[in-house]
Design a protein around this ligand. Sequence first.
Ligand SMILES: [Zn+2]
Length: 277
Amino acid sequence: MNKVERPNEKVKDVFDKCISKVSNRDLKQQLEGCVTEIVQDEKIYQEKAIKHKLIEFPKKNLINGKVPIGEMKKVYTYRMVNLNQPGRIFYNKLLNSIQICPFCSVRDVATLDHYLPKSQYASTVVTPVNLIPACRDCNSNKDVFDAEIEEEELWHPYYDDYGPVRWLYVLIIETFPPVAEYSIKIPFDEMEEVMGKRIQKSFDVFELGKLYSTHAAKELNDIEFYIKSLKREAGVNNVRKHLQMMYESFYEADSNSWRTALYEALANCDWYIEDYL
Ligand SMILES: [Zn+2]
């Protein structure tokens, strides 16, 4: 899970652009009538999100008392996502703002995820701060996930930040080949409670334990020849030093990446260094 810089784009500009080519006059008038409410809701969204209280943001099936959620979803699907439609320029801008998915921190960004799902929140279907660049798997694992209680809220990459606190750990399972088992340990004395719960919930919903174990298995296989050679040529202590330096290097880049946790565990695992290698 990583923090991402909040987009500067405003919903008014996005929505105006999206509906700029609506040819049906009645529909265009109805959609134009939604602008005030959508802009107001963007402000409410930002106020709630900063306080980690998006749970209080209102679900809506209608905008301006008459435009149904289906019509709003069409604005997103046909006028923002669709190639050659005017809103696509904003879609591309958001999509291309980062390369790696902020939920899993592993896979490529391929789509935009509605943090508050468009199936229930009619007023935020094209609101930039609700649209998060994500990989396809995280987007699909999240699906229409919508927290009913505060404890169920997921990591919000535009608003959440855990600072330098460590929370991702590995247990090396002593098998041939070894297996890296990932888990979360939240230091609640160092971190806001709400943040810790979001990390835990997101780890489960995005199935990150399984994803990271798979990557770690390949990494262990890829480094084995080198680490064995190092042990033979330079001895156990240098292997330990090397693994520790790898841990520190990955920690500098990302304190909770799957590699940071893996190398920390390897550097401290006597079985791996002394017996397995
Ligand atoms: Zn992802």
